[in-house]
Design a protein. Structure first.
Lengths: 202, 202
DNA sequence: TTTGCAACAAACCATACGGTCTTTTTAATG
DNA sequence: CATTAAAAAGACCGTATGGTTTGTTGCAAA
């Protein structure tokens, strides 16, 4: 009975280490042996747990990446307060973790979307689905803000959501250049300025 | 004397085709043979003109990518008019070419920055330099807008430049999902809204 | 016409990759 | 302790890659 638990533990360890290396060096430039070396495991162990490298990566997307994006960008904006206030806090803290975590430069989703685009439609579809969840949640958040009197009724929620996603994805990429702290400061400053264009004026 | 011309022509053809394939499938997932097959050339031809695959790519960055970014995003904003007007036109037309060109989804620079990040510092440095040129030009454009009475004097030009770059890079990535036309419309709409926060109010 | 070199062809090499297969170790159960 | 199946080891295979080398073609200058 405990076997199943160990199995799960090993698989999760593999996925966790796998993501770190794939994220750092890219999927196609990381060999299965690279991952196994970091894990001190053998090919036998890998192909006992996973059918292929691709299936391994797909399980990482479903089990880790989705949760990561959800906990960092989606869950935090499901409150009832002023959307611009919630979004401000959410983006700021998301960028803060980026700032302090060297392994977290760039943006997991956009990095892999870039890498798999045109090569692996199945994985692209998976990754885009995560983006969609984020988008839908942003739109819902903004719409609620309208009915609650925070957001101007004439605002195009879908357009704002796209614009927010764009700027976030972009700034995460610019952060790979270094100087994440300054960039975060600039970004948040302009984001707040932009928020003024969508709130209800008092 | 004409030999040199032919040499240049062949090299340029190689670079042009090389960029197209690297852009589509990624650098590491494209073999030299893949490029040569498209060119109907042999290994001998390739290694006669270029020392290595890496040097080949570097020449592409310097000779093609830089020019592409320059003509699309940098040169157009060197006018004397209202910066928000110039930038509006520049971004809109840049996104329009994206919309109509299937080979042009994503953003050349950000795609490759993502791919080479953490793997090839030399190439990363090259690509970042291009970003810097873009950034400096944006800042200059905005500063001139201040002295010309278009942009509010209290605006942080560097922050605005970063924010503009971020949102553009991000929206280009979102466009790989398809529906570039709608996304462009939404983006430009919000960009114009954002511009209202930095102009001089009359 | 002959020479010489630029331009290319293509066989070849070492290495590294994803994946398979057989064998060994580990650990729960009787 | 013996049994058994899960878990892991690691040698092995076919293929593809970046790069080298040797050979061939074509054209300009003598």
């Amino acid at each position: 009975m405990e076997k199943n638990l160990k199995r799960m533990a090993t698989m999760q360890r593999m996925q966790s280490v796998g993501l770190a290396i794939f994220y750092k060096r890219g999927y196609y430039d990381t060999s299965v042996d690279d991952v196994l070396k970091e894990l001190s495991l053998s090919k036998g162990a890998f192909y006992y747990h996973f059918k292929s490298k691709e299936e391994f990566f797909i399980s990482i997307v479903q089990n880790i990446i989705f949760q990561k994006v959800y906990s960092e960008l989606i869950a935090p904006i499901e409150g009832l307060e002023d959307p611009t206030f919630i979004l401000d806090k959410c983006f700021d803290s998301a960028l803060e973790t980026t700032e302090h975590n060297d392994l977290d430069n760039g943006f997991v989703l956009s990095n892999f979307i870039t890498e798999f685009n045109g090569k692996n439609p199945a994985i692209i579809k998976l990754l885009n689905e995560i983006l969609r969840v984020w988008e839908v949640n942003l739109i819902t958040c903004l719409q609620k803000g309208k009915t609650d009197g925070y957001i101007n009724r004439h605002v195009d929620s879908e357009a704002v959501a796209s614009y927010l996603m764009s700027s976030y994805i972009g700034v995460r990429l610019l952060m790979v250049e270094g100087n994440a702290k300054l960039l975060r400061y600039k970004f948040m400053q302009q984001l707040r300025s932009y928020f003024k264009t969508i709130i209800v004026k008092r």
